[in-house]
Design a protein around this ligand. Structure first.
Ligand SMILES: *[C@@H]1O[C@H](CO)[C@@H](O)[C@H](O)[C@H]1NC(C)=O
Ligand SMILES: *[C@@H]1O[C@H](CO)[C@@H](O)[C@H](O)[C@H]1NC(C)=O
Ligand SMILES: *[C@@H]1O[C@H](CO)[C@@H](O)[C@H](O)[C@H]1NC(C)=O
Ligand SMILES: [Zn+2]
Ligand SMILES: [Zn+2]
Length: 302
C-alpha cells in the first residue's frame, strides 16, 4: 500500500507540473478593447482597467501610476492619457492621448514580450552618444556585458517539444553570425551539459520566470538584458523558417532577441530589427543601420 502511494506521488507531481506549464495567460486582442475606441480622458467605462494593465505590460503607464490617485479602476485618467500619447509618439501615430482604431490596431499586433522604453519622458536613455537620426535605445542603466567578455557561449534547453527541431541550431547560428559580423562579439554553441552564457528554449504559458506566454499571436518571444542570458520562444506560435501568411519567421525574431541579450532595447525605426512588432508572413533578418549604430554606440566599433 505504502509503496503504491509513493510510486504514484512523482507521477502526480509531474501531472500537476504539466498542468501549470500549460496554463496560458488570457490575452487581450483588438476585439477585447474594440468598445473603447473613441474613449478619452474623463470617461469611466467597463474594461478600461483591463486596458490599463495591457498598456502597462507594453511598458507605458509604469512609473507615475504606483500609489497614484487612480490606478486600478475603470477611469480613463490623465496617466492613461499620457501613456497613450507616449505610445502614439513612439509609433508615429497621431499623439492625441485618446484611443483610436489605428492605435488599438498597432498595440495588439504580434510583438516581442519585452516592454518598450518610454522614449518620450525617459531622459536617462540618451546618456550615450547617439547618431543624428538614431531611434535605437538601451535598457535603463545602459546594461551591457563587461568589456572583457567578448566570447559568449549558448546552448538549448526547452520545457516543451521544440517546433522546427531540425532547424533551430542553424537558424540561431546565422542569427548570431549577423551580430558577430558587426560587433566585437563571437558566439559558440556548447552542449546542454555545460554552463552557457546564453540559454535558448521553447516554452508555453507560465514557464517559471514571471513572464507567462499567451498562446498564439500577442507575445512571440522574450529575452533578458545583459547579463541574464535567457532567450525564450513562445512554443504556441506558428513558427516557420519560410513563413506563409499565418506564420512567424523564427530567424527574424531570433535576430531581434539576440539584440536584447546584447543590451539593445526596442528601436522606434520600423525597418530596424529591434522594432518591437513582427507581422505574420514577413521576414526581417538583416540588421538595419539603426541596429548596427545601436550596438556600436553601446560597445564601441569592432
Ligand atoms: C491624424 O489626425 C488627422 C486630423 O485629425 C487625420 O486627418 C489623420 O487621418 C490622422 N492620421 C492618422 C494616421 O490617424
Ligand atoms: C557574415 O560575414 C561574412 C564575411 O563577410 C559573410 O560571408 C556572411 O554571409 C555574413 N553572415 C551573415 C549571416 O550575414
Ligand atoms: C497557424 O497556421 C495555420 C495554417 O497555416 C492557420 O490556419 C492558423 O490560423 C495559424 N494560426 C495563427 C495564430 O496564425
Ligand atoms: Zn524585443
Ligand atoms: Zn520566459
Amino acid at each position: 500500500m505504502a509503496s503504491q502511494t509513493s510510486s504514484a506521488m512523482p507521477l502526480l507531481f509531474l501531472l500537476l507540473h504539466m498542468v501549470v506549464l500549460r496554463t496560458v495567460e488570457s490575452k487581450p486582442t483588438a476585439e477585447t478593447f474594440r468598445h473603447l475606441v473613441g474613449c478619452r480622458r474623463g470617461r469611466i467605462v467597463e474594461g478600461v482597467n483591463e486596458f490599463k494593465q495591457f498598456v502597462k505590460k507594453l511598458g507605458y503607464l509604469s512609473h507615475r501610476n504606483g500609489g497614484g490617485k487612480h490606478g486600478e479602476d475603470n477611469e480613463f485618467d490623465e496617466d492613461l492619457e499620457s501613456a497613450i500619447r507616449a505610445y502614439q509618439a513612439n509609433y508615429q501615430l497621431n499623439a492625441t492621448g485618446s484611443l483610436d482604431a489605428a492605435t488599438l490596431k498597432q498595440m495588439t499586433k504580434p510583438r516581442c514580450g519585452i516592454a518598450d522604453v518610454m522614449v518620450h519622458g525617459n531622459k536617462n536613455s540618451k546618456s550615450i552618444y547617439r547618431f543624428g537620426t538614431a531611434r535605437y535605445e538601451f535598457f535603463l542603466g545602459n546594461l551591457k556585458w563587461p568589456l572583457s567578455k567578448t566570447h559568449l557561449t549558448y546552448n538549448f534547453r526547452s520545457s516543451v517539444d521544440v517546433p522546427l527541431d531540425e532547424d533551430i541550431r542553424s537558424v540561431c547560428f546565422r542569427a548570431f553570425e549577423r551580430w558577430a559580423n558587426v560587433s566585437r562579439f563571437t558566439f559558440e554553441e556548447v552542449s546542454e551539459d555545460y554552463f552557457a552564457d546564453i540559454e535558448i528554449g521553447f516554452h508555453s504559458g507560465d514557464h517559471g520566470d514571471g513572464n507567462p506566454f499567451d498562446g498564439p499571436q500577442g507575445t512571440l518571444a522574450h529575452a533578458s538584458p545583459p547579463t541574464g542570458g535567457k532567450l525564450h520562444y513562445d512554443a504556441d506560435e506558428n513558427w516557420s523558417t519560410d513563413p506563409g501568411p499565418d506564420e512567424i519567421d523564427l530567424e527574424s525574431v531570433t535576430v531581434h532577441e539576440i539584440g536584447h541579450l546584447l543590451g539593445l532595447q526596442h528601436s522606434m525605426a520600423p525597418d530596424a530589427v529591434m522594432y518591437a512588432y513582427f507581422d505574420s508572413g514577413v521576414t526581417k533578418r538583416r540588421l538595419n543601420r539603426d541596429d548596427v549604430h545601436g550596438i556600436r554606440a553601446l560597445y564601441g566599433l569592432l
